[in-house]
Design a protein around this ligand. Structure first.
Ligand code: G3P
Ligand code: MG
Length: 343
């Protein structure tokens, strides 16, 4: 299976459908990187293996990230055994590419090794710094953290007292909460994002962006685990503790409407490119496991929300805080419900 753009020649010949589907990934199609058993059949069903032989356009809308879109699509395609194109795929940090116009020098946080630096450079950021670069320059700025030989190879230390870091972008989950928090808060309270400086107002530092705000997410463990939104809460608490002020930040990803708007553009383009349909979908079904991000965002944006029980949501009849239009046991049942709802 490839991550190329072609789904199937049949798609252009099958009846044009008015609706479309957006899949969340973690807790819906995958868990801890492993495929959820019903996922492959659910996708095959939308690709035409259903009673009416209709082909339904779909996209993947995940808050996850840390890898290049093309690499993630290749992995997903191999696991799910269907073609997955970057033109139908949105990660939490995908819309951060629009920030290239605003910032030249950025601190990119999260992910394994140097991968997020590469993602940011591919997006077009000219000068990308990682916490590792800063630790390699002054190891004592982060007590108790020693970079490995391997990590040091990909670090680019320089005198960060002379560099204006213009924005902090948390791309993916931090692998070193203590070190990343220390550096982020120093920069937030610095003068113009220069390490080693302290602003009198604590408000001259760079702006802070997160690719999403999920406090918990579904991994291979039996219960949800803390994610980027939990790190954000820690940073806010520490900032207030040290400055007495509230910290403002910008969140991307689900449930924010900017991400759903971006996803609608992607879906419209995908329907035109692959399914030869030249108008916006009338109805979009969002299949997700997180009431807080998937369901809340879908409900606010006017999509039809379907909550599954294979991830973060492990409750009873429906989520109490952000109830979905329908609750199904897994992604296959969710797809069947959507198809039945369209009859
Ligand atoms: O870190 C990823 C996680 O918070 C959510 O991923 O696919 O469930 O949106 P997903
Ligand atoms: Mg999820």
């Amino acid at each position: 299976f490839s991550s190329g753009s072609s789904v199937s020649d049949v798609s252009t010949e099958s009846p044009k459908v008015e609706f479309a589907v957006a899949f969340d990934i973690d807790g819906v199609l995958l868990k801890g990187g492993e495929v959820i058993p019903e996922a492959k059949e659910a996708l095959r069903m939308l690709n035409g293996e259903n009673e009416d032989g209709i082909v339904v356009p779909y996209i993947f809308l995940t808050n996850g990230g840390g890898k290049l879109e093309q690499d993630r699509c290749k992995e997903l395609s191999d696991k799910l055994e269907v073609p997955v194109s970057t033109s139908q795929f949105i990660q939490g940090h995908t819309p951060m590419r629009n920030l290239v116009e605003l910032y030249n020098t950025v601190l990119v946080v999260g992910g394994v090794g140097d991968t997020c630096r590469k993602v940011a450079e591919t997006y077009g950021f000219k000068d990308v710094i990682t916490p590792g670069d800063i630790i390699a320059w002054k190891p004592d700025c982060v007590p108790f953290r020693t970079l490995t030989e391997e990590e040091l190879k990909s670090c680019h230390p320089r005198d960060f007292t002379k560099v204006d870091i213009q924005a902090i972008l948390v791309f993916a989950d931090s692998r070193d909460w203590a070190g990343d928090q220390q550096i982020i808060i120093e920069l937030l309270t610095s003068v113009n994002g220069r390490m080693g400086t302290v602003s009198k107002t604590s408000q001259e530092g760079p702006p802070l962006y997160y690719s999403h705000g999920d406090v918990v997410w579904a991994t291979s463990y039996s219960l949800p685990r803390f994610g980027m939104g939990a790190l954000r809460k820690c940073i806010e608490t520490l900032y207030t503790e040290s400055t007495g002020k509230d910290l403002g930040s910008t969140l991307m990803g689900k449930p924010h409407s900017t991400t759903y708007k971006y996803a609608t553009q992607v879906l419209t383009e995908w329907r035109r490119e692959i399914h030869n349909i030249n108008k916006d979908p009338t109805r979009v079904y969002m299949i997700g496991d997180s009431p807080f991000s998937d369901i809340r965002g879908a409900n606010q944006f006017g999509w039809i929300s379907i909550l599954v029980r294979t991830g973060v949501f492990q409750g009873g009849e429906n989520a109490e805080d952000y109830p979905a239009r329908s609750v199904q046991n897994n992604v296959l049942d969710a797809v069947k419900w959507a198809l039945a709802n369209e009859k």
